[in-house]
Design a protein around this ligand. Structure first.
Ligand SMILES: Cc1ncc(COP(=O)(O)O)c(C=O)c1O
Length: 408
């Protein structure tokens, strides 16, 4: 059992009171709040370490280079990658996916090849592949959902069988429906059919133990800010055997071996993919977030999210004017619930809840193809994390009843 009250104490922002009401932060899928442990580490970095990395022989530069490399090794260990050469620091999951599209994608995907996505993908895992498809004459194919909002694996199997699939790019779990995809099975199926697999781990890194070695995926992308780390730091894992066959993404300082007037050679990975001064304090802060998350335990975090989801789904399903989306069983999902209130626009729902200090998101959640598939322009989304509790869910459900009263 997690001591949620004690955990809450670690998050200064949760003590604030928007509109004079105690903050209930249910917008964790957009970004999570940061514990003092991470906030203080960022301040410590600037007070004691700050210098550019890999460039100068002085003491501070050595300290910050060491911190940067230590952070990379912490990420490597966190996702169980074999070598830190496979860990590339980026700005966020979006940049990580773009890196793969612009480098591996443009090099290896050709005319008539197929890129498989799911209908529930975030725009960050759609637009880069639309770019590759357009430039290379490749095709995009989408896997849809079954009647319980689970991914239709039969559809995936038939696409893999019938088409020349080069890449399957999918989310580990959905930022709208909370669905956890069976990524182990999908990696195996895809590899059996000669396709590489990119996993968008933006919503799974905060609450699931990721083991890229066991999983066997080719690429795994995520952002630090969704797991209590700072904004502006993301990660791309690239499987070791692909590293030499992927050209650089951006070019300039730090990523070179030698530069001549008319050509250049490149540093080995990961520096080859990290042009310019990196986000050292972000990497340092991410390492501290990993330490914090591991102290709580990822299994505990997922269990807690699922308990809150089950509790909230049970309450919400009893309200006849609330329409819920996603699997009915909380075990199939993370702590994300999307819903609509009959005859009330999602933005109005979110605005009224905000007056009660309850932060939820409304809109298309960067998933317009999924919204069209669900037949709605938008939803309201409540997303829970480790510092949320059942009393907050109660307040949220009461708030929804008030929303309805307002609009009657
Ligand atoms: C499933 C999913 N993929 C990708 C992203 C993009 O993350 P970022 O904006 O940190 O790049 C998000 C962000 O909400 C997401 O939920």
């Amino acid at each position: 059992m997690l001591d949620v009250l004690k955990i809450k104490e670690d998050f200064p922002v949760l003590k604030t009171a928007p509109h004079g009401k105690k903050l209930i932060y249910f917008d964790n899928a957009a970004t999570t709040q940061k514990p003092t442990y991470v906030i203080d580490a960022l301040s410590k970095y600037y007070k004691e370490y700050n210098a550019n990395v890999y460039r100068s022989p002085h003491y501070l530069s050595a300290l910050s280079t060491e911190a940067y490399e230590e952070a990379k090794d912490a990420v490597r260990r966190f996702i169980n990658a074999k070598s830190s050469e496979s860990i590339v620091f980026t700005r966020n999951a979006t940049e990580s996916i773009n890196l793969v599209a612009y480098t591996w994608g443009l090099k290896h995907i050709g005319e008539g090849d197929v890129i498989v996505l799911t209908i529930a993908e975030h725009h960050s895992n759609i637009l880069p592949w639309q770019m590759v498809a357009e430039k290379k004459g490749a095709k995009l194919k989408y896997v849809h959902l079954d009647e319980n909002s689970r991914l239709d694996l039969d559809e995936l199997k038939s696409i893999l069988k019938d088409e020349k699939v080069k890449l399957v790019a999918l989310q580990h779990s959905s930022n709208v429906l909370g669905i956890i995809n069976p990524v182990y099975e999908i990696v195996n199926l895809s590899h059996e059919n000669g396709a590489k697999v990119l996993i968008d781990g933006a919503q799974s890194i905060p609450n699931m133990k990721i083991d890229v070695e066991k999983l066997g995926c080719d690429f795994y992308a995520f952002s630090g800010h969704k797991m209590m780390g700072p904004m502006g730091i993301g990660v791309l894992y690239i499987k070791e055997d692909l590293l030499d066959d992927i050209p650089p993404f951006l070019s300039g300082g730090e990523m070179i071996d030698e530069v001549f007037e008319d050509h250049s050679t490149f540093a080995p990975s990961p520096l080859k993919f990290e042009a310019g001064t990196p986000n050292v304090e972000g990497a340092y802060g991410l390492m501290k977030a990993i330490e914090y998350v591991e102290k709580i335990g990822l299994d505990n975090i997922l269990k807690h999210e699922q308990e809150l989801t089950e509790y909230a789904l049970e309450k919400l399903s009893k309200i006849d004017y609330v329409k819920l989306y996603g699997p009915k069983d909380a075990k199939d999902r993370t702590g994300i619930i999307s819903f609509n209130v009959e005859n009330v626009h999602p933005h109005d729902v979110a605005t009224i809840l905000d007056q009660d200090g309850i932060a939820v998101r409304s809109g298309h959640h960067c998933c317009q193809p999924l919204m069209r598939y669900l037949g709605v322009p938008a939803t309201v989304r409540a997303s829970f994390y480790v510092y949320n509790d059942k009393s907050e869910v109660d307040a949220f459900v009461d708030g929804l009843k008030d929303v309805r009263k307002w609009f009657r």
